[in-house]
Design a binder for this molecule. Sequence first.
Ligand code: NAD
Ligand code: UD1
Length: 338
Amino acid sequence: MAILITGGCGYIGSHTCIELLKAGQEIVVLDNYDNAKPEALRRVQELAGKTFPFYECDIRDEEGLRRLFAAHTIDAVIHFAGLKAVGESVQKPLAYYDNNVSGTVTLCRVMAEAGCKRIVFSSSATVYGMSNPSPLKEDMPTGAVTNPYGRTKYIIEEILKDVCVSDPEWTAVLLRYFNPIGAHESGRIGEDPNGIPNNLMPYISQVAIGRLERLAVFGDDYDTPDGTGVRDYIHVVDLAAGHVKAVDYALSHTGVEIFNLGTGTGCSVLELVNAFQEANGVEVPYTVAPRRAGDIATCYSDPAKAEKLLGWKAVRHVVDMCRDSWRWQSQNPNGYED
Ligand code: NAD
Ligand code: UD1
């Protein structure tokens, strides 16, 4: 009896492993280390005070997956494994379709063979596309995505819906994450991006630590209160706790259910920069730059459905996210390489 965590070595996966272990779940972790380091799981085990089986395996490796399912009774899978860089997906679409879409198909095939038909999938608010108004609700139209990464999330959602239609024993819980930031409050695990970060919070932290000179604020002429982009930042530990509830839900329901995991509150780029400076007493120099292609003005969730059906609600605030991101960054200036 265990939960398989694919991509469990990554940013959201590592935090989720801790929350699942805290909740008393048995876990088995799989990762191919494409975007992660073994040190992350070593620290997860240290923080949780527990060990668990780990498989260095690719989700496209059908035989490797079969061996794992033969060795363990897996009740449900939380499927984080995937590539996630929007810009890279435009350059390498086939790598994204192969890894994310083909990988998920292979995983589901082996799951079905093993009689495990419960999956919790890491989707993204990006599936709502550019034209839906915030607050975004689960029943709004999806699919008008602007890049191959987003399209893989949309396609996988549709595949999992089809699988549930084809076989009433299947359960798919599709979690649409808004903008996860922050780190475990111990400062021991956090987000460790390769190269120059694309996302706002890791960029802010690396400017604050002196690895990068200044933040470029992508546009201050949006139709928002201060002109900068508004997003729904969610603490990664709240997000991880959402997975504990989602897996409980998957274990006791069948069919497809979709949930936004967000706070329901928007925060602008400048509000986040100011909150970070105030929470941590550090400077984050910035300049205003042109808008980034593909960005929208405002994106935040209506999180009511998750509260109603999962009994889950984000409880941490932007100041907690800023403090915990900085604790991780300042204690590990070069990420897990230290
Ligand atoms: P991450 O890159 O830190 O974690 C993904 C993990 O999957 C990594 O450890 C990587 O090594 C592993 N992986 C990738 N391809 C694999 C494969 N073929 N086989 C086995 N392992 C593989 O990313 P994250 O931020 O923790 O995101 C987790 C999931 O959530 C991803 O699917 C991502 O698309 C999705 N998501 C993330 C965000 C975000 O802002 N971080 C937002 C929305 C959705
Ligand atoms: C991005 C992805 C989205 C993905 C999400 C989580 C794009 C277009 N979208 O969302 O598909 O699901 O990350 O991985 O890449 N900003 C700056 N300066 C920076 C970086 C960002 O001003 O150096 C601004 C952006 O314009 C935006 C906000 O900060 O207004 C948040 O950006 P980011 O962290 O990249 O997240 P999203 O664009 O919301």
